[in-house]
Ligand binder design. Structure first.
Ligand code: AMP
Ligand code: ZN
Length: 472
């Protein structure tokens, strides 16, 4: 199996540290708001990575953190505590906010057929471990205290920027947003391990520590949670490309300083989903969520299908138009499978795959082993469905097999024809609106139009009747 490794900047043959257990760590969600479609794109590709490894025969253990500590936007204390901001916005406690969005995250990933990590760890459950970890770094001389906060001194590590390959100057520019000037730092890239001083007097999550009451810095959870659950070395560490210059760079600096060992063998990063304005972000107010996708009448799995048709190392520009095309293709695919299944006879009859089927399976596997080329793997699936050298029952066996990785819900008969359902619903609403107009109940007619608009459906009155279309 071949995988691109960010740290070597090359595609490498994947060779796990221990064949008997591939260890993976995936940076999880910050839970002060819903995950956006970009975050979910990364989780879908990580799901493909894990399922591919299992498919080719490796046992896997995957760990994911849930960032439920409110983090500042920067070490310089001039950002906002996002958790607190969420709590204020919704009139809830920070703990309620974290729980609500953690649940929402699990609902989203379930709808997208993303397997939960084997271990999901909440950042706030590891406070004592962070303290032990910082004490260890302190003992080895990697830290200093300034203005009440404990900092990590990046000049104490060799090759601090080895992951990004940037020089320090480049890094400063790349991460300006994250590492704005903090007068207490010795070097601009130094980062806080433990805060006691914050301009937020009402910082809601605080714990006692040898350095005073405070809270952990924003990189420490991933280092400590992975050390605790996966040991001192692991095979693959995953995340979005935004994490390369700062978050993962700092994770490496502190973890390798703590253990004195190389930490991660393969660094895996997924490219961004972008919207019309460029980068997608949670802090922009209205943003793209899976609920919005559903509200507009799309099947969440059509989003998965859409994502799998692109490569994880390429940016993907999102639009509802392209999602619409993807959903059309997805529904056709699903109906195709359904049709073949209905004409497949008894699947039990298939004792062993024919040589033709086996070679399709090999082809499918080869696509995934080629740095997770999901788009090509889907092409193989289409080729199977239209093949004239294999029987229907074997085709269905192959779909079942491919679904271990693709997880597109192709073998389920439910939730098909969402399009038709949507059309039916809209037509019904249009009829109601026409009736309302006939009865001169213009208020109701307007309310119906507004309700549809909220669901992303625009009505247009023409001489021939009412047309409707989906809008973004
Ligand atoms: P966050 O909840 O912001 O910490 O992000 C969760 C995961 O989504 C991380 O792995 C990020 O790197 C990743 N991510 C953030 N924004 C995007 C985006 N626009 N497209 C793809 N992945 C993203
Ligand atoms: Zn992380």
């Amino acid at each position: 199996m071949k995988l691109y490794n960010t740290i070597s900047r090359a595609i490498e043959i994947f060779n796990p540290i221990d064949e008997n257990l591939v260890k993976i760590y995936t940076c999880g969600p910050t839970v002060y708001n819903y995950a956006h479609l970009g975050n979910l794109r990364t989780y879908i590709h990580e799901d493909i990575l894990e399922k591919t490894l299992r498919y080719v025969g490796y046992p896997v253990k995957r760990v994911m953190n849930i960032t439920d500590v409110g983090h500042l936007e920067s070490d310089a204390d001039d950002g906002e505590d996002k958790m607190l901001k969420g709590a204020k916005r919704e009139n809830k406690t920070v703990w309620e906010i974290a729980q609500h969005y953690t649940d929402a995250f699990f609902t989203d990933i379930e709808k997208l057929n993303i397997k939960k990590a084997d271990i999901t760890a909440r950042a706030t459950d590891y406070i004592d471990d962070y303290i032990e970890f910082i004490k260890g770094l302190e003992k080895k001389g990697f830290t200093y205290i300034a203005n009440g906060n404990v900092y990590f001194d990046i000049t104490k590590v060799e090759n601090y920027t080895k992951l990004s390959g940037m020089d320090i100057e480049q890094l400063r520019t790349a991460s300006r947003e994250d590492v704005s000037v903090d007068v207490h730092k010795k070097n601009p890239q130094d980062f806080v391990l433990w805060f006691t001083k914050s301009k937020f007097e009402n910082q809601a999550m605080k714990w006692d520590s040898p350095w005073g009451v405070g809270y952990p810095g924003w990189h420490i959870e991933c280092s400590v949670i992975s050390l605790k659950n996966l040991g001192e070395q692991m095979d693959i560490h995953c995340g979005g490309v935004d994490h390369i210059p700062v978050h993962h760079t700092n994770e490496i600096a502190q973890t390798e300083s703590y253990t004195g060992k190389p930490w991660v063998k393969y660094w895996w990063h997924s490219e961004f989903l972008i919207d019309q304005d460029g980068k997608m972000s949670k802090s922009k107010g209205e943003f793209l969520t899976l609920s919005l996708v559903e509200k507009k009448g799309f099947n969440p799995l059509a989003y998965r299908y859409y994502v799998l048709n692109s490569h994880y190392r390429k940016q993907l520009a999102f639009s509802f138009d392209s999602l619409d095309s993807a959903e059309n293709a997805y529904i056709k695919l699903k109906n195709r499978v359904k049709n073949i299944k209905e004409n497949a006879g008894d699947l039990q009859e298939v004792k062993e795959l024919s040589p033709a089927s086996k070679s399709y399976r090999e082809e499918f596997k080869a696509c995934l082993e080629d740095d997770l080329n999901t788009a090509n793997a889907i092409t193989v699936l289409f080729n199977v469905l239209k093949a004239d050298d294999i029987q229907n029952a074997e085709k269905i066996k192959l779909v079942e097999d491919f679904e271990q990785v693709l997880s597109l819900g192709l073998m389920k008969d439910d939730e098909t024809e969402i399009h038709d359902d949507l059309a039916g619903y809209v037509e019904e609403m249009i009829q109601k609106r026409q009736d309302a107009k006939k009865n001169k109940d213009y208020q109701l007619a307007d309310a119906i139009r507004a309700e549809l608009l909220e669901k992303g459906i625009a009505l247009e009155d023409t001489r021939q009747g009412v047309n409707w279309k989906r809008i973004n």
